[in-house]
Each structure stands twice: as structure tokens, then as C-alpha cells.
Design a binder for this molecule. Structure first.
Ligand code: HEC
Length: 494
């Protein structure tokens, strides 16, 4: 070795053994194109939430018992007895929605900036695969608490799969692990949720990120468009693109610290939001699954609602076609996108078809989601967006017939009596039952007449009382439950 190329400092022992310097340069110290926006943080934010799901999921798994006899109780135990159990489960629950939202937003960003075009076609396809896995995580995770909504939403999912032509029956059986939704289904979903899917996502994420590092983050659409041939399959396109890309990286922006800083800010905000939602709203847990309650109105997780609503628009034989056709078409379009779209324009303004498709897809989904939510509104408790049980729904129907003329609930009804939007937070169902039966025992000059038999049967009164018990205040502003029941003195024996 000549004197000139002596290293400045001798490498440390660790460096000599592991060569970490090269890794650090490859991962962090790479140049990036100028002008990356906040939109570019969505991918890493998704990754951050995935890590939250991984950590919270591992802890949840330590408390969860994957059998129909114990699943529900194990979740309730976690919620009520384990320190921070409720918050942990809340984070995992909200994290699932965040994964779906962030993955989709990230895809919209990549789509809108044309970043799936040369040379990143394969990475787009990996991303589509990741979206599929995220949805599969959501679907399998939904069943695990084994409450009413879990059971019935999965029942719906399996029956939708069952409508597929030729393979439908086999598909439904495969999902359920038999002909019935039961212990075999739960075991299967649990194994998918905690073993198969994390492994698959891990592999795809590793590949996805490795490709991003290898290929670099796509430069701004304008830079890559300038002077480019019209089509990316033009033989001269790659040379043009690569030169423009190289030039865009000469601005001096570096992954560390320029990009990382934004990523950390966004990830912190997102995780903070998850914690806040987990603390204030928790995660829903309804009554334990009751396979005999056929009157239960199933409600899939919100991100499946647009599809669910679409199916409702096509009853009968069309439904099977839509059930299979729409997802299949969507997958084919997404996977095929970078291969049939060879237009070299990247900015959305130069891509009318892309702009239109995006608008139709987002607008259509929003309309369907809105319609589904409106329809759900008629079966959902005012206070917690919890789905009402069949008893509570029967109670609400009677209430609307007999009581709504005098009592306001969530903005509709008469005003002769007091508003009852928060009555469930103030009174027990037992108190409500005896009050409805005969208010005069409570207030001798009550303006509300007695509804006891023969006007209403005890069962009807009990249903109304149960329904009123669900009213805990206006949505988002639930009252603290503080039961203050004063019963009248029992009349002295004669
Ligand atoms: C004719 C009007 C009228 C009808 C119909 C009516 N209520 Fe009332 N309700 C009142 C009035 C007025 C009060 C106020 C207390 C009183 O006068 O005893 C009241 C009080 C109540 C309360 C007590 C609220 C509280 O916070 O203390 C409940 C609960 C209640 N009504 C439920 C019902 C139910 C359930 C029905 C239908 C089965 C019904 N009401 C039908 C007029 C009515």
C-alpha cells in the first residue's frame, strides 16, 4: 500500500467484521431526486403502521385463545383486566383501518405521479400484492373476537365467495374449513392472520423496499416527461429516462436526513392518532357470536362496504357475476396497468383517461360507501355505531310507534316529553322497564300515560327498555354512564 491511499481512520473492529459502512451508504446515504413532496411519505407511514400492527399483534396473541368457546372471553379479559389491554387492542383495530387507508393513498400517489411506469413496473405489481394482503389481514382479523359482528360479517364474506361460478362452493368450504362457520374456521383464520399473512407481507415488503433502494424514488413527473418520446416502449425511452433521472439526483438532496425527517414526522403523527383513537374510542366488541340469531344485520368492515353495497344493487343472478367479476377485473386492471399503459406522460394533467378512471373509482366508492352508511344508520345504535341486536331493534320499532311522538332521539321525534338521546347513560333497563310500565308510580302527575299491559306486553316493554339502554348520547359525544335510578317507595301492605 502506498502512503497516498492510507485510510483517514482505521475501521473499528465491528466495521472490519461486518462492513456496516457500505450498508449505511446503501440504505441511508443515497442521493434522491429534488423536490420530493409530503405525498412521498405515505409508503413509509404504511410501513410504520405495519410495525405497530406487528408489535401490538404479538402482544394480543399472548392473550388470545383461538377457539369459539374461549375467543370472546379472552378478548373481554384483555379489555377489562389487562393493563393497557384496551388501548393495545384499540391501536390494532384502528391500525388495520390505517393500513388500508395509507396503502390506498400511497397507491393513488404512485398512480397520480405515473411512478409505476418504466422502470418500476414490477414494484407496482408487488404493491398490488401488498394491498391484497392488507385486505386479507383485515378480513381474517375481523373474525377473531368471535362476537356478533365478527361472526355474521364473515358469514357474509364466505357466502359472497360461495356465489362464484364453478369454484364458489369449494372456495367457501376452503375459507370456512368445512361446511359450517365454526372452530375450524377460527383456527384457519387465526393461522392465516398470525403466520401466513405476516410471512407473506414480510417477504413482499422486503422486496418492495429493496427495489425502491435499487431503483431510487421516482423523480417529479415533469422532469421525466421533458423531451421524452411519447411512449415508454419506444426503444429510445429508457436512455432518455435514465439520463433525466440521473440529472434529477444531482441536486444534492439525500435520503438521510432530507427524506427521513419528513417520514418520521408523518409516522409520528399517524401513530399519535392511533393512540388517541385507541384511548378515546377503543375497539368494538359486541355480544358473543350467536349463530342462531338470524335477524342480526351483518356489517362488514367499512372498507368492504362499497363492494358489499354494489352487490346489493344487483340482486339475483347478476349478483354472482358482480361478486366475482368486479374484484377479478379490478385485480387484472391493477396488475396489468404498467404493461398496457405505455404513455410516457406522467403528470395527471396530461393523462385524461387516468384522471377519469381515478375520479370514477374514488367517486364511485365514496357514493357506495355513503349509501351503505346511510342504510346501516337505520340499524345502528345512535351512540356507538354498534349494530343493534334483534331485541333492541324490535324495541326501537315499538318506540317509534308509541313514544317518538313525545320524545326526541338524536334529532327526531316530538318534544312533549324530555329528550331521550342519552337516557341509557342515566337509567338501568330495569328502571326504564318499570317507568314505562307505569310512570304514575314515579310521578303522580306524570303527563306520560302507563304503557303496561294491555297497551304493551311485558316483552315489548322490555325490548323498548333494552333499546333505550343503548342510547348514550349523541354520536361522538357519549355521556359517561351514571345510573341514578330512584324507585318509588313500595306501597305499604294493606
Ligand atoms: C304523551 C306524550 C308521551 C308519550 C307518548 C310517551 N312519553 Fe315518555 N314522557 C313524557 C313526559 C311528559 C315525560 C316527563 C316525565 C313525566 O311527566 O313523568 C316522560 C318521561 C319519560 C321517561 C323518563 C325520562 C327521564 O330521564 O327521567 C322515559 C324513559 C320515557 N318517558 C319513555 C317513554 C317511552 C318508552 C314511551 C313509549 C312507550 C313514552 N315515553 C311515551 C311524555 C310521553
Amino acid at each position: 500500500m502506498s502512503a497516498g491511499d492510507e485510510p483517514v481512520a482505521a475501521p473499528s473492529g465491528l466495521e472490519r467484521r461486518l462492513g456496516l459502512h457500505a450498508l449505511r451508504v446503501a440504505l441511508f446515504d443515497r442521493p434522491v431526486p429534488a423536490g420530493l413532496s409530503w405525498w412521498h411519505t405515505l409508503g413509509s407511514a404504511t410501513m410504520a403502521v405495519f410495525l405497530v400492527q406487528l408489535v401490538t399483534g404479538i402482544v394480543l396473541a399472548m392473550f388470545y385463545a383461538p377457539s369459539p368457546d374461549h375467543a370472546y372471553d379472552s378478548i373481554r379479559h384483555l379489555e377489562q383486566q389487562v393493563a393497557a389491554g384496551r388501548v393495545l387492542r384499540g391501536m390494532h383495530n384502528w391500525g388495520a383501518s390505517a393500513m388500508v387507508i395509507l396503502t390506498m393513498l400511497h397507491m393513488v400517489r404512485v398512480f397520480a405521479m405515473g411512478a409505476y411506469k418504466y422502470p418500476r413496473e414490477a414494484n407496482w405489481v408487488l404493491g398490488v400484492g401488498l394491498l391484497g394482503l392488507v385486505l386479507a389481514f383485515g378480513f381474517t382479523g375481523y373474525l377473531l373476537p368471535w362476537d356478533q359482528r365478527a361472526y355474521w360479517a364473515t358469514q357474509v364474506g364466505a357466502s359472497i365467495a360461495g356465489t362464484a361460478p364453478w369454484v364458489g362452493g369449494a372456495l367457501a368450504t376452503l375459507l370456512k374449513g368445512g361446511s359450517q362457520l365454526g372452530a375450524a374456521t377460527l383456527t384457519r383464520f387465526y393461522a392465516l392472520h398470525v403466520l401466513w399473512l405476516p410471512a407473506a407481507v414480510g417477504v413482499l415488503i422486503a422486496l418492495h423496499i429493496a427495489m425502491v433502494i435499487r431503483q431510487g424514488i421516482a423523480a417529479s413527473p415533469r422532469v421525466l416527461e421533458d423531451g421524452a418520446p411519447d411512449r415508454t416502449d419506444d426503444p429510445s425511452y429508457p436512455a432518455h429516462h435514465d439520463a433525466a433521472y440521473l440529472a434529477s439526483k444531482r441536486s444534492g438532496a439525500r435520503f438521510w436526513p432530507d427524506i427521513i425527517a419528513k417520514d418520521v414526522v408523518v409516522a409520528t403523527v399517524v401513530i399519535g392518532l392511533l393512540i388517541l383513537l385507541a384511548i378515546t374510542r377503543g375497539a368494538p366488541l359486541e355480544a358473543p357470536a350467536d349463530p342462531t340469531d338470524a335477524a342480526y344485520v351483518p356489517m362488514p368492515e367499512w372498507y368492504f362496504l362499497p363492494f358489499y353495497q354494489l352487490l346489493k344493487l344487483f340482486p339475483g343472478s347478476m349478483e354472482a357475476t358482480i361478486a366475482v367479476g368486479v374484484p377479478a377485473l379490478l385485480v387484472l386492471t391493477l396488475v396489468g396497468l404498467p404493461f398496457f399503459d405505455r404513455n410516457s406522460k406522467r403528470h395527471l394533467r396530461g393523462r385524461p383517461v387516468a384522471m377519469l378512471s381515478l375520479t370514477v373509482l374514488i367517486g364511485g366508492s365514496a357514493l357506495l360507501l355513503g349509501a351503505a352508511v346511510r342504510e346501516m344508520g337505520s340499524v345502528v345504535a345512535v351512540e356507538s355505531s354498534r349494530v343493534l341486536t334483534s331485541t333492541e331493534r324490535a324495541g326501537r320499532a315499538s318506540f317509534e310507534r308509541q313514544c317518538a311522538s313525545c320524545h326526541l332521539v338524536a334529532g327526531s321525534g316530538g318534544e312533549e316529553g324530555p329528550e331521550l338521546t342519552g337516557v341509557g347513560a342515566r337509567h338501568s333497563t330495569a328502571w326504564l322497564h318499570s317507568f314505562i310500565e307505569n310512570p304514575l308510580r314515579f310521578h303522580p302527575d306524570s303527563k306520560m300515560s302507563a304503557f303496561g299491559p294491555p297497551t304493551l306486553s311485558h316483552q315489548e316493554i322490555e325490548e323498548i327498555a333494552r333499546y333505550l339502554g343503548t342510547l348514550r348520547g349523541p354520536p361522538g359525544r357519549e355521556l359517561k354512564v351514571m345510573i341514578v335510578d330512584t324507585f318509588p317507595e313500595p306501597s305499604p301492605p294493606p
